[in-house]
Design a protein around this ligand. Structure first.
Ligand code: VGL
Ligand code: ZN
Length: 201
């Protein structure tokens, strides 16, 4: 099963959203264009309770983008985003949802963040995604979505560990910090990830 992964294509990561990724909206038509070339389309959705520990507003004396440690794990503090049931947590209104077979939600436990669509950041709790993909006989996962340097990157790392071949569709993702993403891309290439454009799927 040639599988397309849509990571967090949500309003809060789009220009105008609370954790906007520059150019994030430009990936939506790219994703819509390629969906039909896949046997299986799976989405993840960042889905936080309003008291989530990753929100700067839930930490006195800290502001957004501070790097702190919580419960023994490094944590970047974010503006509140993707709050369960909010408009910001919805998928981009122009994203074609018809072919999405399953949606995996993450970041629902207020005490731990979850960048990867597979596991929380402490690798304690699974979302069930790798079990689902194995049962669906997915072999190669093609990654798209936001943000390249957080949820896409960490999802790919976990997918590799789970034994999936991984391809990153570079024109279907955007980074919060493009410089950081440049380094991560070298890491992914060294790990055997293929990096392609949507015209080459
Ligand atoms: C994300 C930061 C916080 C992402 C989610 O989807 O990349 N980044 N929560
Ligand atoms: Zn989040």
């Amino acid at each position: 099963m040639k599988t397309l992964m849509l990571i967090d294509v949500q309003n809060d990561f789009m220009p105008g959203g609370s954790l906007a990724v520059s150019g994030g909206n430009q990936i939506v038509p790219v994703i819509n264009q390629i969906q039909d070339q896949f046997d299986l389309v799976v989405a993840s959705q960042d889905w936080h309770p309003s008291e989530h520990l990753s929100f700067a507003r839930n930490h006195l004396r800290h502001k957004a983008f501070d790097e702190i440690e919580v419960n023994g794990l490094p944590q970047t503090l974010w503006p509140a985003h993707c709050v369960q049931g909010s408009e910001g947590a919805e998928f981009h209104p122009e994203l074609n949802l018809n072919r999405i077979a399953a949606i995996f939600r993450k970041g629902m436990n207020r005490d731990i963040d979850s960048y990867s669509a597979f596991y929380d950041n402490g690798h304690i709790q699974t979302t069930g995604l790798s079990g689902y993909l194995n049962e669906m006989k997915a072999k190669t996962l093609y990654f798209t979505g936001l943000a390249a340097d957080f949820c896409v990157y960490f999802s790919i790392k976990d997918a590799l560990k789970a034994g999936f071949a991984c391809v990153l569709i570079e024109d279907a993702t955007r980074a919060i910090d493009p410089e950081n993403f440049k380094r991560q891309k070298q890491q992914l290439l060294a790990d055997g990830v293929k990096i392609i454009n949507s015209s080459d799927v």
